[in-house]
Design a protein around this ligand. Structure first.
Ligand SMILES: *[C@@H]1O[C@H](CO)[C@@H](O)[C@H](O)[C@H]1NC(C)=O
Ligand SMILES: *[C@@H]1O[C@H](CO)[C@@H](O)[C@H](O)[C@H]1NC(C)=O
Ligand SMILES: [Zn+2]
Length: 326
């Protein structure tokens, strides 16, 4: 990919992965013969020991006080260029047409091993009757999940980044259904009708700040961190994962637009609806999932309450032998 623009890097990302897989991959809802249980036949890495997504068991988290706030830069400025929305055959992807802009949308801090620039974001969802997040919380799926994919700025190309365990950083956001629509998603939802077939792409009518797609800034301190992989072939184990506690709210009709508007590539004469485009949770093996300093779920850590907030009396009560363990 050499000196190609990031905007281009962006759009060719899924194509490269498909080529690398040495064959077609898909979700069971498109064709069970190339679904997630077959991916390791296309690419051995998909059967590796650090795969994503995972179930986040909130009773088994390990608190890491080094996981403070992530610094979001460029998330709060509307990019001068247009957002491009693409049906890549597996998901809906939002990318920037211009390299110069995406170079200025970065994340750092929060225990991330470096600075990372945004490449693209995309979604995973379910069916009219079922949730479709990739990560699960205490064994439960949420309705939808968004992934904002970033590449370590010390690498020049995606191929180079994929050679290092800290090459990519992906931010994962759960969605929750709210009574009212989330108007910040109007432009994306309206664009879905224009990309109902695989390969379709549209420049969105209006631009917007990336931060408007996230939960409120004050709610981003609580997150889970672990080392994993891309959740699609080639399943490279190069992703520092951050999954946020606070979900994004979205209206029921808006969620239905994702579930019912788009199509996978044709299978024979059938044109399957793009539904259930999630990979099921993978084994954690020896990995740990860490809770950020401000995450509310602490995994029963004895250090849950900051010491300076404990009155001597409460301390006595907490240490008392008659109390059940938290
Ligand atoms: C689907 O998500 C909702 C939260 O929006 C949750 O209450 C429900 O339990 C989930 N259903 C399943 C089957 O996981
Ligand atoms: C999207 O499709 C509608 C028709 O469904 C059309 O009127 C509109 O111009 C299209 N928008 C873009 C940006 O192509
Ligand atoms: Zn994803």
């Amino acid at each position: 990919m050499g000196t190609q623009g990031l905007g281009i890097t962006f759009l060719t990302l899924p194509l490269i992965m498909r080529a690398a897989a040495g064959g077609q991959w898909c979700y069971d809802s498109q064709d069970p013969q190339c679904g997630p249980s077959h991916w390791k036949e296309l690419k051995a890495t998909c059967g590796g020991s650090k795969q994503s997504p995972v179930n986040i068991d909130r009773r088994r988290l390990q608190r890491d006080r080094g996981l403070g706030d992530i610094l979001f830069e460029g998330y709060d400025q509307a990019p001068p260029g247009k957002w491009t929305l693409t049906n890549d055959g597996h998901t809906v992807m939002l990318s920037l047409a211009s390299e110069l802009v995406s170079e200025h949308i970065t994340i750092s801090g929060g225990g991330l091993p470096g600075r990372y620039r945004a490449l693209q974001l995309h979604f995973h969802w379910g069916s009219p009757g079922g949730n479709g997040s990739e990560h699960t919380l205490d064994g439960c799926q949420l309705p939808m999940e968004m992934h904002v994919v970033h590449m370590n700025t010390k690498y020049q190309t995606l191929a180079e980044a994929k050679g290092h365990p800290n090459g990519l950083a992906v931010l994962g956001f759960f969605f929750q259904v709210s009574k009212t629509p989330n108007t910040n998603y109007n432009t994306i939802v309206a664009g879905l009708r224009n990309i109902s077939h695989a390969g379709d792409s549209v420049d969105l009518a209006s631009t917007f700040r990336l931060s408007t797609l996230l939960p409120r800034a004050g709610r981003l301190s609580g997150y889970y961190r672990y080392q994993g992989s891309l959740t699609t072939p080639d399943c490279s184990e190069v992703v520092v994962w951050t999954v946020f506690e606070e979900p994004v709210e979205i209206g029921r009709e808006q969620l239905q637009a994702f579930v019912s508007t788009l199509h996978f590539p044709a299978v024979g004469s059938m044109l399957p609806k793009m539904t259930n485009n999630f990979r099921p949770p993978q084994p954690l093996h020896s990995r740990k999932v860490f809770a950020s300093r401000a995450a509310t779920a602490s995994g029963g850590s004895p250090h849950r309450v900051p010491h300076q907030l404990l009155s001597p009396l409460l301390l006595l009560a907490l240490l008392g032998p008659s109390l059940p363990t938290p």
